[in-house]
Write a protein that binds this ligand. Structure first.
Ligand SMILES: [Zn+2]
Length: 209
């Protein structure tokens, strides 16, 4: 009889609540042990409402944010804000590897077309080929002739260049212009870390492939 209730009763007093929080925080990207400790002690000292708001925001983002079925950017409604926006230029699609790259390009204010998020890059080392990315869906979007230009905005590193070369080879025969961000971005660097001015210039000065 004691068995069923004891597991639940043991949780608050198992003496590991703080350690569990430290472990979970330590798993987050960019959070080392020291930062994990700082955040954990901040939460311990904060009132219950502050902690509840954070917990609630984390749960809500998992419940309410999904991938846009058109471009695979993050969306909170059926489609993402960009696909839903009637003022966007539908003749241009900017292809990026991750949703965070969409945010980076949006911050520049230099691009007013649509996006397509691949969900990664071609990487034989990690056994990622075109079949693992949203390439088929991209080709589907090019089928009706609305799109005149595809801008390949994968990162300027080996995988990003390989992916851009592959896409250019299969898209050009469809009669769609293919362009690549201008050089000037730090080689090997992530798009998301480029400053807005540099990234904005790279978009404006994009070159034909
Ligand atoms: Zn979308």
């Amino acid at each position: 009889m004691a068995g069923s209730g004891s597991a639940v009763a043991a949780a608050p007093g198992d003496g590991r609540a703080l350690q569990r929080l430290l472990d979970e925080l330590g798993r987050l990207p960019g959070i080392g042990p020291k930062s994990a400790q700082r955040i954990a002690y901040y939460l311990l000292e904060a009132d219950a409402e502050t902690a509840r708001r954070l917990a609630d925001a984390i749960l809500r983002v998992k419940e309410q944010v999904h991938f846009c079925p058109i471009c695979f950017n993050y969306a909170t409604r059926e489609h993402c804000d960009v696909c839903d926006d009637p003022t966007r230029d539908r003749s241009r699609i900017c292809v990026v590897s991750e949703p965070r790259d969409v945010q980076a390009i949006e911050r520049t204010g230099s691009f007013h077309g649509l996006y397509h998020v691949l969900g990664g890059v071609i990487s034989p080392m990690d056994k990622v080929g075109p079949e693992q990315l949203h390439v088929r869906e991209l080709l589907g979007r090019l089928a009706d002739g609305t799109v005149e230009e595809v801008i390949l905005a994968t990162n300027p590193d080996v995988e990003g260049e390989t992916t851009a070369t592959y896409l250019s080879r299969i898209i050009r025969p469809l009669g769609v212009e293919v362009t690549r961000l201008a050089s000037g971005l730090p080689v090997g660097g992530d798009l998301e870390y480029a400053d807005e001015v540099t990234l904005g210039r790279a978009i404006e000065a994009r070159r034909a492939l």
